[in-house]
Design a protein around this ligand. Structure first.
Ligand code: ADP
Ligand code: ASP
Ligand code: MG
Length: 402
């Protein structure tokens, strides 16, 4: 007998038919003699709709109340799934995040899991019940409901698998696994048999939505193998693990992030310490900066451009308003019509010319590069948002079709 954690995303439980489809997958696993813990997200677009409802009432609502609101989505889906499983004649219980022992930080809307105390889950499993847990949510030390940030249910599932030493953690979604690019956008995208934690982490961080990056980080930390697979099509999925076998591939995927903004501080005096001051202002507010570009100075002035996630851009601009004035810079300009396109692959560590090949693909497609950043297993470029899909296809074709 094994302990299996299965996570189902929003589209997998979007309507009654899909809920019963999930109920069947879960009960088949249970019938094989396994203990089953199921993590579910809110149905379909429920989370987006709840956020919109909150915006309508008060766009400046506190993060605490926003979490209280959006956590409701998962409460609906766990109860519906439990009802479907009851109807199939199986013993089942649904639990909210706090009931399942999710203790988090109090950073509302992006809380971190401090620990999972799965006593209640264990008790229910001992009673031979299937346990359904609300993903995405937990409880702070002040006994307030928190959420883990968008896509956070993946992390809930991995956290349970880690805390309970599960034998298998399956992430069911609406595509058949992890592909070399978003299979909904790139028609020739290929399903990967397996991928390493490090590559998956870069892909997820760079915009491949299929797994939340924190879930991959946690899977790597606790060495939990993940299987990403479809809830709708019975087919082998993708295994995410320490070492992948795909050594022959130069890159494992192309990712796109359109939730990004470029800020440029123009006319900074060309003297020591001013870059330090700029970025320390941002880090004091926990605003993460990704690509950075500094122009060559002229007339004792220089420009510094950098990218931040689009939802922090306005805040970043405000945080830097004083700085711009105090140091006598000219202005700060924000551009949200940009996209970050990245290629990821362990193969590039040992092969020269990978970045060149990416740039060639963009040149062939006549797409201009605004910024470039590289790491050992990744190359990212910033381009115009309107070119994003075309760029992904051009780069994907260059690496996988030639
Ligand atoms: P869920 O609701 O199951 O959590 P998500 O919508 O969060 O599902 O993630 C699945 C989606 O991720 C897919 O529908 C697909 O469009 C998108 N996606 C982006 N990049 C990739 C990729 N490289 N491989 C697979 N899916 C990807
Ligand atoms: N329902 C949440 C969201 O839409 C969590 C998740 O889907 O993982 O972000
Ligand atoms: Mg998701």
């Amino acid at each position: 007998m094994s302990l299996i954690v299965q996570k189902f995303g929003g589209s997998s439980v979007a309507d009654a038919e899909r809920v019963f489809n999930v109920a069947r997958i879960v009960t088949e696993t249970y019938d094989k003699g396994n203990d089953v813990v199921v993590v579910v997200s809110a149905q379909g677009d429920t989370t987006d709709e709840l956020i919109a409802k909150g915006q309508e009432i008060n766009p400046n609502a506190s993060k605490r109340e926003r979490d209280m609101l959006v956590a409701a989505g998962e409460q609906i889906s766990i109860s519906l799934l439990a009802m479907a499983i009851e109807k199939l004649g199986y013993p089942v219980v649904s639990l909210l995040g706090w009931q399942a022992g999710f203790q988090t930080s109090s950073a509302y809307t992006s809380a971190r899991i401090r620990r999972v105390q799965p006593n209640r889950i264990r008790k229910e499993l001992d009673k031979k019940r299937i346990v359904i847990v609300a993903g995405f949510q937990g409880l702070s030390k002040y006994d307030d409901i928190t959420t883990l940030g968008r896509g956070g249910s993946d992390t809930s599932a991995v956290a349970i698998a880690a805390a309970m030493h599960a034998d298998l953690c399956q992430i069911y979604t609406d595509v058949e696994g992890v592909y070399t690019a978003d299979p909904r956008k790139v028609k020739n995208a290929r399903k990967l048999k397996d991928i390493s934690y490090d590559e998956m982490l870069e892909l997820a961080t760079m915009g491949a939505q299929v797994l939340n990056n924190r879930s991959v980080e946690m899977a790597k930390k606790y060495n939990i193998e993940l299987e990403v697979l479809s809830s709708l099509v019975k087919a082998p999925g993708t295994i995410v693990k320490e070492k992948s076998r795909m050594e022959k591939m130069l890159i494992s995927g192309v990712a796109k992030d359109t939730e990004v903004a470029r800020l440029s501080v123009i006319g900074i005096p060309d003297e020591p310490g001013l870059a330090f001051k700029l970025f320390s202002k941002l880090s004091a507010k926990n605003i993460n900066v990704d690509i950075i570009l500094q122009s060559i100075g002229h007339d004792n002035k220089k420009d510094i451009s950098f990218t931040v996630s689009a939802d922090r851009a306005e805040e970043a601009k405000n945080v830097l308003a004083d700085y711009v004035e105090n140091i006598g810079a000219k202005e700060i300009v924000c551009n949200t019509e940009v996209a970050k396109i990245s290629i990821v692959g362990a193969g590039m560590e040992s092969h020269a010319g990978v970045a060149t090949k990416m740039f060639e693909a963009l040149y062939d497609a006549q797409i201009n590069i605004q910024m470039i950043a590289t790491s050992e297993i990744k190359v990212s470029v910033l381009i115009n948002k309107k070119d994003a899909d075309r760029a992904v296809t051009a780069i994907h074709d260059k690496f996988f079709e030639e």
